[in-house]
Each structure stands twice: as C-alpha cells, then as structure tokens.
Design a protein around this ligand. Structure first.
Ligand code: COA
Length: 449
C-alpha cells in the first residue's frame, strides 16, 4: 500500500505483532500519507486535523507563491502570517508547479505515494490541471480524493465560495441576529472550518472502508451542506412553525407574530430550555461583561431562591415551564437585575454549586490567558523561525492513545528536497533534472539554509 512506506518522522512503526505495544504508543493515523492540495481555510483545517492525528501531510504549493494566506493579514513584515501558520501546523511543504510538465510528473509520483488527496480548488481546477478523478484512479486506484466545494451538484456548483457566502447560503445568516435587525454572520467559521471538519470525518471513513474494499473513492463536503447540517435545529423549527408559533422563542412572549420562515432568535437558546445573554457587573465599560443564563426546568426552584423570587416557585404563573413560556423576556429581565450586581465569574461561582447551567462570555484575551486551556494543550505557544513565538489553538480532539503535539507550520518549500528524495525516490541525476526544470522552486537555496 502506498502509505505503508516508513518515514523518518515516525520510525519503528508496524514492524510486527511483538511490537504492538510500540504501535499503541504511536498516532491514530500513522502510515496514512496525505497529498494536501488545499489552500485558504476550509481544506487546511481538515488536513491540519489529520496531521495532528498522525498522518504525514505533504502540502503542495505553487513555487515562490504558496498558499495565498501566507501573505494575507500580515502582522510581522516578511514572516508567514498567523492566518497561515495557525492553519498549517504539523505539515511538510513542497513547491510544485503542477502546470509544468515536470511538475506534473512529480505530482503523479506523489499521487502514487499517498493515500488521500485533499483539495479545495475552485470547481473544475483539478480537471483543468489534468488530474481529474479518472486520471487519479488510473495512477492510484486506492487513492481517496477529498474535496471541499462551495455547493454540491446543482445550479450553483460552479461558484467560488468563501466563509460568509456559505453562512448565508447554508441558513446560518437568516437565523442569526436579532428579530428587528438584518441577517448576521457568526464569528465561528462554520463555513470553512466546519466544512473542513466534515471532510476529515469523510476521509477517515473512506480510509476505513478501503480496508474492506481495497478501493479509493471520492469524498465531497460542500460548504452549503456543512453549514445546513450545523443549522439543522433551525430546519426543525421551520417544520414546527407549520404547527403553530415557536413558543420558546422570546418573540412569542413579546406577542410578535411569526412569519413563514424560521426567524432570527437573538440570543434565545436553540433547545427546549430557555436561555439568554444577561448583563453583569461592569457591562457599561466591558463589552464582554455578560453571562449566558439557562432557566433549566430542573433548576427552576434554585434559580428563584438565588435571585430573590422564592414566591415564583409556587406561583401558577411561573411554577411550570409551560406557564413561563409567554413571560420569558420578563423572567430574564428579573434574573438580569441579579446578574448585574455580580461579575460574570461571580455569577458562575454562585450558579455552579446549584447546578444552574450558565457560562461567562469569554473574550479572546481571556481565553488566550486561561491557564486550564494551556494545560490541556487547547491553547499552545509555538515558536516560528520568522516570527518568533505565537499562540495557536491545538488539536481540539483528545485521543488517549494518540497525543497531538503541535509542530510549527512549514516555510514555503521547506521540505521540497526531503519529499523528492525520501518519499518520491528522486536521487542523483534524476533529482538534479527535476530541480533544474524549475518546476519545484528554488531547492538549492532551501537546502542551503
Ligand atoms: N501549480 C500551478 N497552478 C496551481 C497550483 C500549483 N501548485 N495550485 C493552484 N494552482 C492554480 C489552479 O489550478 C487554478 O488554476 P485555473 O484557474 O487555471 O484552473 C488557480 O491556481 C487558482 O485556483 P482557485 O481555486 O480558482 O483559486 P482562487 O484564489 O481563484 O479561488 C476559492 C479561491 C477559495 C474561492 C476557490 O478555490 C474555491 O471556491 N474553492 C472551493 C470552496 C472553498 O474551499 N472555499 C473556502 C476557502 S477557505
């Protein structure tokens, strides 16, 4: 199998039954080799996850240019941007001009040597390059070709798509924001990173299926589909709307009639337990002095005692979730009178022992300084030769037998010579021919550094 070739970065793997203990100490995706033909955010998110899980990810980049994000939103002049570094950890970089004859030859060898090819080019780009699905299958029938596209087959399949376009076309924007305001996009990159996550699951599943069939297959994650999947509770509500008003939406309590489509719900909870964002002490000057507070039915009595409304426990107007449905805004107004007298952390401290679900609104500054996230490796400090130390988000999935250490992103073409030699078997005059062709960047300069 192509991916079975042992590489130096993972020595001593899968040598035999006697070595099972050693194997158990490796990584979940050891022996899986990925041809990473991705750029910007959606595809790189996917391949970075696979790299953290142990795959050998070889990022193919255009000579002298690389992934466009290397030079976007630059903060340190001359250095790769955080946009790039934070999405491309644990990968190797090889420069190949895949439109050059020799570049095509190198890419072909890479396709033979890899298990999975991941790409998120504009629709048709791979075909134009001469590497459509049929060609890839001819080269390596076990290859899994995984793609992110903006849309699945249909009227928009040829469109280029970025994050917020996907949020808008996947149902997130129409259901986000306040009722009296315009549609709104969210800060969470559900279009790009969310689709990358979906794609990663598809790839791992295809690898698993290949164990049984011996065949590769195509994996497609369309951004519209991914966003819609993450918005499925809103499609739930669309259908519930046909049976009457959505009583858990605060607009019901405010007496505002519902229209034909799932409305924007402000900060209403998406589930059956009403919730809202409430002001805390300091909100006048601190934009993040808020807490999300959920009036979980099971905790209702304790909430009433905590906020100084013990009478609500037996009052038929407030005692049951059904009775409270048309008073959700009033209930939260009253709870907010209490939260405004405390900081968001004091609210947490008071609620947690009483099993009242709530959460402080944490800023990026607070998250980046949170010691517990540093301890679990969720926030990691990484050193980089061009830019020095920076913070990043480590692997958010923790496997007890496959620890994910974070390795800095590669410089452009940093591993071109290494991959040409070790992975693709180029040596001597053949190696020199490929380098001299100009199809793989300035290999001598890279090797000399
Ligand atoms: N050597 C030679 N050519 C290369 C190359 C390499 N190593 N890598 C890329 N190219 C070429 C491609 O073949 C393509 O050429 P073509 O237009 O002649 O076919 C060209 O570079 C540009 O690729 P494209 O994907 O069109 O880039 P773009 O910057 O114009 O568009 C996106 C960017 C993200 C809008 C587009 O790629 C896209 O819609 N992708 C799918 C959806 C997606 O992932 N969006 C989210 C991004 S976070």
């Amino acid at each position: 199998m192509p991916g079975a070739v042992c590489i130096d970065r993972h020595p001593g793997r899968y040598v035999g039954v006697a070595d099972r203990m050693e194997v158990a100490m490796g990584k979940a995706l050891d022996r899986v080799r990925i041809l990473d033909f991705t750029h910007v955010q959606s595809g790189p998110t996917c391949t970075q996850l696979l790299a953290w899980l142990g795959a050998d990810v070889i990022k193919v980049e255009r000579p002298g240019v690389g992934d466009a994000t290397r030079k976007q939103l630059v903060d340190v002049p001359g250095a790769d941007s955080l946009y790039f570094t934070m999405l491309n950890h644990n990968k190797r970089s090889i420069e190949i001009n895949t439109k050059h004859e020799t570049g095509k030859e190198v890419l072909e060898r890479l396709i033979r040597a890899c298990d999975v090819m991941v790409e998120n080019f504009a629709p048709g780009a791979l075909d134009r390059m001469g590497f459509g699905w049929e060609r890839i299958q001819q080269i390596n029938p076990r290859m899994i070709l995984a793609s992110v596209k903006g849309f699945g087959p249909g009227p928009y399949e040829d469109c280029k798509v970025y994050e917020n376009v996907a949020q808008c076309t996947g149902g997130a924007a129409s259901t986000t924001g306040f009722l009296d305001g315009p549609p709104m996009v969210t800060g969470a990159q559900i279009g790009d990173s969310g689709t990358g996550l979906h794609l990663a699951l598809g790839i791992v599943s295809a690898l698993f299926q290949r164990e049984k069939t011996g065949r590769g297959q195509k994996v497609l994650a369309a951004m519209q589909d991914g966003v819609l999947n993450l918005c499925r509770v809103k499609l739930r509500d669309q259908q519930r709307l046909e049976c009457g008003p959505l009583k858990e939406y605060s607009q019901f309590g405010q007496g505002i009639p519902f229209g034909e489509a799932t409305p924007r719900a402000g900060n209403d909870s998406g589930g059956g337990q009403p919730g809202w964002i409430l002001k805390c002490k300091g909100w006048e000057s601190d934009p993040d002095a808020y807490v999300y507070f959920i009036t979980q039915a099971a905790a209702w009595g304790r909430i009433c005692d905590l906020i100084g409304e013990p009478g609500w426990k037996d009052d038929p107007e407030y005692a049951t979730p059904a009775a409270r449905l048309d008073k959700i805004p009033q209930v939260f107004d009253r709870i907010e009178q209490w939260t405004r007298t405390r900081t968001k952390f004091e609210v947490m401290d008071a609620c947690n022992p009483l099993d009242i679900p709530c959460g402080p609104i944490l800023s990026m500054k607070e998250l980046s300084e949170e010691p517990s996230l540093r301890e679990t490796g969720t926030i990691v400090e990484v050193d980089h030769p061009e830019r020095g130390p920076y913070l990043t988000v480590g692997c958010p999935i923790k496997l007890s037998d496959s620890e994910a250490e974070v390795v800095r992103s590669p410089l452009l073409g940093e591993h071109t010579a290494e991959v040409l030699g070790e992975v693709l078997g180029y040596s001597g005059a053949e190696f020199d021919r490929v380098v001299a062709s100009g199809a793989v960047g300035n290999v001598t300069a890279v090797a000399a550094e």
